[in-house]
Design a protein around this ligand. Structure first.
Ligand code: HEM
Ligand code: HEM
Length: 223
């Protein structure tokens, strides 16, 4: 079974493309994380009260699935190495790109975990829900002395903020690098991360389809 999945994924990665699973993980998580960055700041700027609490409930409901997706994506990445593409032959640039990928993975785990720790370290405000529906347990901090819980809260808040700032620095670099490789260097990196649209006229596919010749109007036809 695993061998078959690997072979299927290789049929994509050998053509310098991420597999459809890798592509789905990338774009679903990119949307969730970008939403979380905006919504997190929006929530933190709201005045204290019911709306703020509701905003943080939405924030945790959307953020907790990131943790599950991160586990799935990390497992997938261990099983299926990414493709080798044009940009992988660029020495220090390639090393920076890989370093950025590691930083992203640290944030995918660290942000939901530190958020979860923050919620669990304060008795209020109540239970967590995955995607707003499935009940999610609190971490077992309720028996700890109050001062320890406050310390956990402070530490988790610092980690959360540090990872947020890191993402705010790394995401623009990552996107700029992807666009530069695509439009400037004409590399295949971005194409490998976009869903594949079968194109019968793409000469690299070697398909049999040929564009139709324009029709010549009868009265002008020779003879
Ligand atoms: C990808 C996931 C996440 C991202 C990108 C993210 C991002 C943010 C941002 C931008 C802020 C506001 C700025 C700040 O105070 O640092 C924030 C605050 C906060 N987030 Fe998240 N977050 C994520 C996941 C979570 C999760 C899963 C939870 C809870 C289970 C959570 C709980 C909180 C809390 C309690 C705050 C307020 C912190 C404070 O008062 O300083 N976050 N988050
Ligand atoms: C419009 C925005 C984005 C574009 C155009 C983009 C483009 C790309 C491209 C082309 C790659 C392949 C790079 C390579 O193989 O060297 C990639 C990989 C990656 N991107 Fe993005 N990206 C975007 C947003 C994001 C965001 C917001 C995140 C994180 C929240 C992210 C996280 C990653 C990660 C972790 C990888 C490594 C591949 C993997 O392990 O699955 N990207 N991205």
């Amino acid at each position: 079974m695993i061998d078959e999945i690997r072979a299927w994924a290789r049929s994509h990665t050998e053509r310098s493309r991420y597999s459809p699973v890798g592509i789905a993980f990338h774009w679903v998580m990119a949307v969730l994380v970008l939403f979380q960055l905006g919504w997190g700041y929006y929530s933190s700027w709201l005045p204290a009260g019911g709306n703020k609490l509701y905003a943080y409930e939405v924030h945790s409901a959307v953020g907790l699935p990131v943790l599950l997706l991160a586990i799935g994506r990390f497992g997938w990445r261990l099983m299926i190495p990414g493709p080798v593409n044009d940009a992988d032959r660029q020495g220090w640039q390639t090393r920076i790109a890989y370093a950025m990928h590691y930083v992203f993975y640290i944030a995918f785990f660290g942000l939901p975990l530190s958020g979860w720790a923050m919620w669990s370290s304060i008795a209020e405000p109540g239970p967590l829900h995955l995607a707003g529906v499935i009940p999610w347990p609190q971490l077992p901090f309720d028996q700890l002395p109050l001062t320890t819980r406050w310390r956990i809260m402070d530490l988790a808040e610092d980690i959360h903020q540090l990872l947020v700032i890191t993402l705010l620095l790394v995401i623009p670099l990552h996107v700029a690098a992807a666009l530069k490789h695509h439009f400037w260097d004409r590399h295949d990196v971005l194409r490998g991360m976009l869903p594949e649209i079968p194109d019968a006229e793409d000469p690299r596919e070697g398909g049999s389809h040929r564009p139709r010749q324009p029709r010549i109007p009868k009265e002008k036809a020779p003879g």
